[in-house]
Design a protein around this ligand. Structure first.
Ligand code: FPP
Length: 242
């Protein structure tokens, strides 16, 4: 059944879906292939996921593409991931621009290789006015560094006398995060079965519904996204109320 028809069967589409794309390495190992092949297939699954979000009318998609901890991986694997990101942006930006996708990125982007920063900058500016779907790539991202960066900027404003400490509340704090212009995720999907947040959007997922599936990321399909939304629809969100 086409995805659009499946959408008609679900009553409520989450505005913002965040994804921890886990299991590329295991996917490759299961086939006796190098980990890099798993990341390559993972990048294809990213494209399919973007397409499915467009069809389903999801407004925001945040993808955990590279964590601040991922620098600890062998240099060869880090280079593969950075290369794939650049290739994804180089080959797919024009298509995303046409389809109404606005590309954004969160993380310590200034620490990325210059070529990667350039490709990102190009994708972000080319797609800046698009409205259909905002695709946010979390690159060199971790929730703790995001919070530390926000606290440092806040503390500077307090020290400069620009911000009275008593005025700091949740709303003001959120406005210092990388995600200041984004709604919190409604649904967080994690593949490969691990029941962990892994330093992703720590502040923003306070009331997010989690959906963990055993499938490895390269196998993640449109149907898996539809199933996740279906499950999301069965949940009752109470935000701490009754
Ligand atoms: C986790 O698999 C995945 C990553 C660390 C990176 C995700 C990257 C991609 C999907 C490809 C490039 C991204 C884009 C946006 C084009 P893992 O290596 O931790 O798998 P494992 O737990 O099985 O070892």
């Amino acid at each position: 059944m086409p995805v659009v028809d499946q959408l008609n069967m679900v009553s409520k589409t989450p505005r913002h879906v965040a994804v921890i794309m886990d299991g590329n390495g295991r996917w490759a190992r299961q086939r006796g292939w190098p980990r890099s092949r798993g990341h390559l297939e993972g990048a294809k699954a990213v494209r399919e996921c973007v397409e499915a979000c467009l069809e389903l009318g999801i407004e925001y998609l945040t993808l955990y593409a590279f964590s601040t901890e991922n620098w600890q991986r062998p240099k060869e694997e880090v280079d593969t991931l950075m290369g794939l990101l650049q290739r994804f942006l180089r080959d797919y930006t024009r298509d995303m621009a046409k389809r109404g996708v606005r590309v954004q990125a969160i993380g310590r982007l200034n620490e990325l290789p210059p070529e990667c920063q350039d490709q990102l900058e190009h994708a972000i500016t080319t797609t800046a006015n698009n409205k259909q779907l905002t695709a946010i790539l979390a690159i060199n991202y971790s929730g703790r560094t995001e919070i530390i960066d926000a606290v440092q900027r806040l503390a500077k404003d307090v020290a400069a006398g620009k911000l009275p400490p008593d005025s700091i509340d949740a709303e003001l704090f959120s406005s210092f995060l990388y995600t200041r212009d984004l709604p919190d995720p409604d649904l967080l999907i994690r593949t490969s079965g691990e029941m962990r947040i892994s330093n992703f959007l720590l502040w923003q997922v306070s009331y997010t519904e989690m959906y963990v599936i055993p499938k490895l990321w390269p196998d993640f399909s449109r149907q898996d996204l539809v199933d996740a939304i279906d499950e999301y629809n069965r949940r009752q969100r109470r935000y701490g109320g009754v």
